[in-house]
Ligand binder design. Structure first.
Ligand code: AMP
Length: 298
């Protein structure tokens, strides 16, 4: 495994593999890796000749400088974990390498950006679009892997790839969870002991929403929102949003044939947690690999 820090070197390596007709799978991350990231890497390893993972804490996608400054980092550990997964290259540029001067172009969202994290984190997805456009152009991966924990990101990147004709296939990977249901996140280390004990309630609330859809064919969006709001009303964290939308269109006008996302964001003292379930119209999980409510209760 090699660590590459410059755009030029990364581009040359990727070009070489393109000339040899080798497929490249790419996993973009902000580091401080956990098993959720590694699930993406494992999937990439299965499907491609060459695997590239990037570790770059992208300042453009942080709307709060405190969150950026507190973002956990441990590159030596990340390197060890990626080596153990037989990753071929880590792209590890610094901020000056990625943003040597002020950008003269901006990207903005025409759709899918005014709800969920797009509404509560202004500028976040615009920053994601910029960094991914750069990374896609540097690496030209055949496949790119994203976690469904960040389901809105998957929907937004899906639009980016289609709109701008990137010749890369987006591969969504189901959320990896702790045994108590909490979605793995690099931010979980910033939870206090009490908050960590409470946090699994977020996924339990989402599962309650799922049960409502499974058991009541005539469910209404408001029923879901009220149920989850009631479920979470006594938590110590502050609810940032609770929503139920079509997926991947992210419209509140849900039609019978639509897949659905139920999504929650909770702000704890020093960590903002997000989670979701993505369901078929009958309430079954759209993507495999999720825990169902009975498994969780064991
Ligand atoms: P981040 O480092 O937070 O930018 O995440 C990098 C990638 O890992 C993104 O595609 C995330 O959606 C994905 N990811 C983060 N947490 C999880 C998780 N618990 N399960 C699956 N994928 C995840």
């Amino acid at each position: 495994m090699k660590t590459i820090k410059t755009i030029q070197a990364m581009r040359e390596v990727a070009n070489d593999y393109h000339h040899q007709n080798q497929t490249i799978g790419f996993v973009p991350t902000m580091g401080y890796l956990h098993d959720g990231h590694l699930a993406l890497v494992k999937e990439a390893r299965k499907q491609n000749d060459i695997v590239v993972a990037s570790v770059f804490v992208n300042p453009l996608q942080f709307n709060q400088s405190t969150d950026l400054n507190h973002y956990p980092r441990d590159f030596d550990r990340d390197e060890r974990l990626l080596k153990a997964e037989a990753v071929d290259y880590i792209f590890y540029p610094n901020v000056e390498e990625m943003y040597p001067k002020e950008l003269s172009t901006e990207l903005s969202l025409a759709k899918r950006g005014d709800v969920l994290c797009g509404a509560t984190r202004p500028g976040h997805f615009e920053g994601v679009l910029v960094v991914l456009t750069k990374l896609f152009n540097i690496i030209s991966p055949h496949r790119v892997y994203f976690g469904l924990k960040d389901a809105q990101q998957v929907a937004v990147v899906d639009g980016l790839i289609e709109d701008f004709n990137f010749s890369t296939e987006l591969v969504p990977v189901p959320t990896t969870r702790e045994s108590d249901g909490l979605a793995l996140s690099s931010r979980n280390v910033r939870l206090t002991e009490d908050e960590r004990l409470e946090a699994p309630i977020i996924y339990q609330a989402l599962q309650a929403g799922q049960s409502l859809i499974v058991n009541h064919q005539d469910w209404k969006r408001d029923d879901i929102l009220h149920l989850i709001n009631d479920y979470l009303q006594d938590i110590q964290g502050t609810i940032d949003y609770i929503d139920c939308l079509s997926y991947p269109g992210l419209s509140s006008d849900i039609q019978a044939e639509h897949d659905i996302i139920i999504a929650v964001a909770v702000q704890y003292q020093d960590a903002r947690l997000i989670d979701n379930v993505i369901l078929r119209p009958d309430g079954k999980f759209k993507y495999g690999g999720e825990m169902n409510a009975t498994e969780n209760a064991k």
